[in-house]
Design a protein around this ligand. Sequence first.
Ligand code: UD1
Length: 330
Amino acid sequence: MKQKILVTGGAGYIGSHTVVELQQSGFEVIIVDNLSNSQKSVINSIEKITGIKPGFEELDLCDSVKLESFLKKHPDIKGIIHFAAYKAVGESVNNPLKYYRNNLVSLINLLEIAKKEEIDVNFVFSSSCTVYGEPDKLPVDENAPVKKAMSPYGNTKQIAEEILYDTVQSERNLKVIALRYFNPIGAHESGLIGELPIGPPDNLVPFITQTAAGIRSQLSVFGNDYNTLDGTCIRDYIYVVDLAKAHVIALKRLLDNRNITPYEVFNLGTGTGNTVLEVIKSFEQVTGNKLNYTITKRRAGDIEKVWADTQRANDILGWTAEKDLLPKKI
Ligand code: UD1
């Protein structure tokens, strides 16, 4: 009997890659997604890759009535991987309440209704390195202080982690692993799923690919006066399939009761930082395409540099990122 896993936001970027890995690891997957930043066709693409159609329900987790009737239909859910959230930093600054409502109400609904329906929740949460702000020490490890969030989006990740931490203290049926992602990039090798934002991308790599494809006329590099080798910001870019695999490992850890405490946190990165210009040069070298880019002013809210200390994920989860940004020497 396959164990049934609920993946919220499973039609989205990281969610869809994780669904593939889950199915390929023998899990039955049911997706809920409100399709606010994803397309339903992703479900068919997942089926093309794995040969298995995941369950799918178009549902907004903020709608507690619909969520309750959904969970009543699936009392046999054994684990939840919660991706569904808004993630555009700039938009969150302009519309904070939209972010607080969506990202926090959905989480609270899930926890409350799962409790009411007496589902044993093995919960993997999609968190972010944004919780570290501008770290005092690099690489940044999980014991680094959580800094005041630079944006409402970042704050929703911090508050969500606190909600989960507090809730596991009182709920014996809840176990949580929060995964703090660095910068996920890339697409499944089949080319059938990838990062497909609706509207102009906020993130670097989809902006690069859409510029190369002629969908955008020019890429802006946000500032070259940072205190880094070439003046552009440094991030830890991690391949999305490596990231997806970490979710399966984290979920199995909870299902097998191998977690040491009921709430655990892991960084997911490669352990290496690259500048924006290195990412561009790498893309140009690998694809042979010249990118039309220009240096513009800094983007508000960007931090200068961050990359992960991955020791805990390596040692305790037994997970390591397999891919890095190629070619190595630029
Ligand atoms: C941000 C969030 C991160 C979140 C992610 C999801 C912070 C500090 N980081 O990551 O937590 O998970 O968004 O959306 O809140 N850049 C350009 N030109 C572009 C786009 C980006 O130069 O058109 C640069 C940025 O200045 C940055 C780097 O590329 O230095 C990466 O940016 P991006 O892909 O947007 O990710 P983060 O801002 O690091």
